[in-house]
Design a binder for this molecule. Structure first.
Ligand SMILES: Cc1cc2nc3c(=O)[nH]c(=O)nc-3n(C[C@H](O)[C@H](O)[C@H](O)COP(=O)(O)OP(=O)(O)OC[C@H]3O[C@@H](n4cnc5c(N)ncnc54)[C@H](O)[C@@H]3O)c2cc1C
Ligand SMILES: *[C@@H]1O[C@H](CO)[C@@H](O)[C@H](O)[C@H]1NC(C)=O
Ligand SMILES: *[C@@H]1O[C@H](CO)[C@@H](O)[C@H](O)[C@H]1NC(C)=O
Ligand SMILES: *[C@@H]1O[C@H](CO)[C@@H](O)[C@H](O)[C@H]1NC(C)=O
Ligand SMILES: *[C@@H]1O[C@H](CO)[C@@H](O)[C@H](O)[C@H]1NC(C)=O
Ligand SMILES: *[C@@H]1O[C@H](CO)[C@@H](O)[C@H](O)[C@H]1NC(C)=O
Length: 552
């Protein structure tokens, strides 16, 4: 008898695909369905945050993605009318500020369609294929299982063919318009900018250089953007946005071309086929609960954002990382109460992120006043394009307030309200590192046979324990489980016994600095599979206390 998979993932966008791949890597059986009968086309959310690349590293797909990713193009705004004389050229992010603990400091562009293709290929290695044309249409839950109705869709319509299947858990990653959230009766509070609409699409354009991300704008009315999809080539991602501007008719390709030609003054541009064109209204909304019984919502089905500062896909990937290790842990060995910490940890982060992107939206799209004549020159200061906000880079996101982190180094402030208030923006510049923070990367670590970085060693199906100050690691031997890997980190000259655990030589001392480990002081750092610090303690018995928090 073939037993049914443990988890059903509903929706095969980035959130669902990352969830399914993480489950597969944790040896949890999974099925993933999507209502659409074909895979998505279109670059859609194309920007990838440096922090997201770190998670892709742990997922084992970063090398492949880096080959497909392209740098964020330099932006160039033109004078109107005419549309050909540049008035300003600038970079969205200052380039080159790569820090040792942040190796992917520059974001990059990667079409969502390409990302999804890579994720599907990796899933296939685990024998998991996305079942297309299958939508969730009903669900029931009891204490032991979720019973899902999976309906076959043809041409976007539900047919009478319905399969009823039972799972231990269900992950709803079916996007903003998905059915999981609705079937659970979760609220989706927030706002829709009714007066505003936006158009995004991918099209071939002849006569435009691919050296720049081109911008034409009319103050207080609209902005037209054309971003080259690759450094060479003639395909561009188009975006048309504005204040009190609702270009419904531009969802029609002929109208979109006419509008762009009219408003940029570039009648010379030749447009080829649109491979994707979509109209939508900015929404900023989130659920009241991320979990209901044995069902969870991740990604856009849990929260939608203004595209300004684009956190959508990036946040979806983080939701999946936060949830899946806990699910795998519970399915293998733990008490289900651990699962409640998905909601506990993500709610404050998402609430504050929505607040930040909504403010950014109000600031950038809405405040371009018609009376300001020099929008192009000032676009980098006031426009869409001022995204240089370290919070948006997501390094600060932390779970210091969480009930399952353990910090025995006692530099963590104890004020929970204060910690909750910093869930998203973090503690940048305060020189502290506490349990709940992002695990900093560390370059130039030497193993017995090669040089590597910390993130290349992290695994999505195991906690990683770093032991600074050597002796004492034998206290950890109780762990002996596949859910942990431990390394003794030592300075080049340091002489310590590592009791059979693998050693990492911290060549330039980056790991010691990043983890604030002083020479000779013993420090244990437990890094969770989602790359956050689960525990900091100074004696091996701390591990037992950490495991107790996880319900073991
Ligand atoms: C048309 C469009 C344009 C966008 N453009 C941009 C952009 O320009 N910039 C930007 O930053 N972000 C953009 N976004 C947002 C970005 O794509 C999302 O943040 C990201 O896709 C979220 O990933 P997700 O996996 O949560 O949801 P999605 O990618 O929306 O995936 C959800 C999947 O669930 C499937 N599904 C829905 N209902 C069911 C059901 N009942 N059963 C089974 N499957 C179901 C859908 O077919 C879909 O494949 C856009 C989104 C859309 C839809
Ligand atoms: C991810 O973050 C980058 C960098 O801020 C942004 O450009 C991009 O639009 C985001 N992606 C999504 C899908 O939100
Ligand atoms: C699907 O529904 C649409 C309208 O809702 C209809 O026009 C179309 O013919 C339907 N397709 C099929 C295959 O039934
Ligand atoms: C959601 O609400 C509907 C209508 O009120 C109800 O029939 C259904 O049982 C509710 N579902 C859940 C999961 O509470
Ligand atoms: C383009 O300009 C022409 C001439 O002014 C006008 O008739 C037409 O409606 C415009 N098209 C669009 C889509 O704005
Ligand atoms: C930019 O805007 C400021 C007002 O905010 C204005 O004083 C300045 O002249 C503008 N810059 C240019 C280059 O026009």
């Amino acid at each position: 008898m073939v037993s049914s998979p443990s988890v059903l993932v509903v929706g095969a966008g980035p959130a669902g695909l990352v969830s399914a791949l993480l489950l597969a890597k944790n040896a949890i059986t999974v099925r993933i369905i999507d209502k659409d009968e074909s895979f998505h086309v279109g670059s859609r959310g194309f920007g990838v945050q440096p922090r997201t690349f770190e998670l892709f590293e742990v997922l084992g797909i970063n090398d492949e993605l880096q080959k497909l990713a392209t740098p964020i193009p330099t932006m160039r705004a033109y004078k109107l009318p005419g549309g050909t004389i540049p008035v300003k050229t600038w970079d969205l992010y200052e380039k080159g500020d790569v820090w040792p603990d942040r190796p992917y400091a520059n974001g990059a562009c990667l079409g969502q369609d390409l990302l999804e293709g890579v994720l599907r290929n990796h899933l296939a290695k685990y024998g998991v294929a996305v079942e297309v044309g299958k939508g969730l249409t009903a669900l029931r839950q009891n204490d032991n299982s979720v019973i899902a109705s999976i309906t076959t869709f043809v041409d976007g319509n539900a047919t009478a063919e319905v399969e009823t299947a039972t799972f231990e858990y269900l992950i709803g990653s079916d996007g903003a318009r998905g059915s999981t959230r609705k079937l659970l009766n979760l609220t989706f509070e927030g706002e829709t900018r009714d007066a505003d609409g936006m158009v995004w699409g991918d099209v071939q354009i002849k006569g435009l250089t691919s050296d720049y991300w081109h911008i034409w704008g009319k103050p207080g009315e609209f902005t037209i953007m054309a971003r080259p999809l690759s450094p060479e080539g003639d395909k561009f991602g188009i975006g048309i946005t504005g204040l009190n501007f609702d270009p419904t008719e531009l969802g029609d390709p002929a109208k979109a071309v006419e509008f762009i030609r009219n408003e940029t003054g570039r009648a010379d541009l030749e447009f080829g086929e649109w491979t994707w064109l979509s109209y939508f209204k900015p929404n900023m909304r989130m659920v009241n609960k991320f979990q209901e019984g044995r069902t969870f919502v991740v990604g856009d089905s849990a929260h939608v954002h203004s595209p300004t500062g684009g956190q959508g896909m990036n946040c979806s990937v983080q939701d999946a990382f936060n949830l899946v290790w806990k699910l795998a842990w519970v399915l293998k060995q733990g008490k289900p109460s651990l699962l409640a910490t998905y909601h506990e940890e993500r709610l404050p982060v998402i609430t504050q992120m929505l607040h930040a992107t909504t403010k950014l939206y109000t600031h950038t799209v809405v405040q371009e006043k018609p009376s300001e004549p020099t929008q192009a020159q000032n676009a980098s200061e006031s426009g869409w394009f001022k995204w240089r906000n370290s919070a948006l880079e997501m390094y600060g996101i932390n779970y210091r307030f969480s009930s399952i982190v353990l910090d025995e180094r006692s530099i963590r402030p104890k004020d929970t309200e204060d910690m909750l208030a910093h869930a998203y923006s973090g503690y940048e510049g305060r020189g502290s590192l506490c349990a709940g923070d992002r695990a900093p990367d560390a370059p130039r670590l030497t193993t017995s046979n090669s040089e590597t970085t910390l993130y290349k060693l992290l695994k999505p199906d195991a906690h990683t324990i770093l032991v600074f100050g050597g002796a004492g690691i034998s206290q950890l031997s109780a762990v002996g489980s596949t859910n942990f890997q431990a390394f003794v980190v030592r300075s080049p000259g340091e002489d310590t016994s590592s009791n059979g655990f693998e050693e990492l030589v911290d060549g330039d001392g980056w790991a010691h600095r990043a983890y604030m480990a002083k020479p000779d002081d013993r420090l244990f750092v437990v890094i969770r599979p989602d790359t956050y610090i689960g525990a900091l303690f100074t004696e091996g018995k701390g591990l037992t206390r950490y495991l107790a928090k996880l319900g073991l």
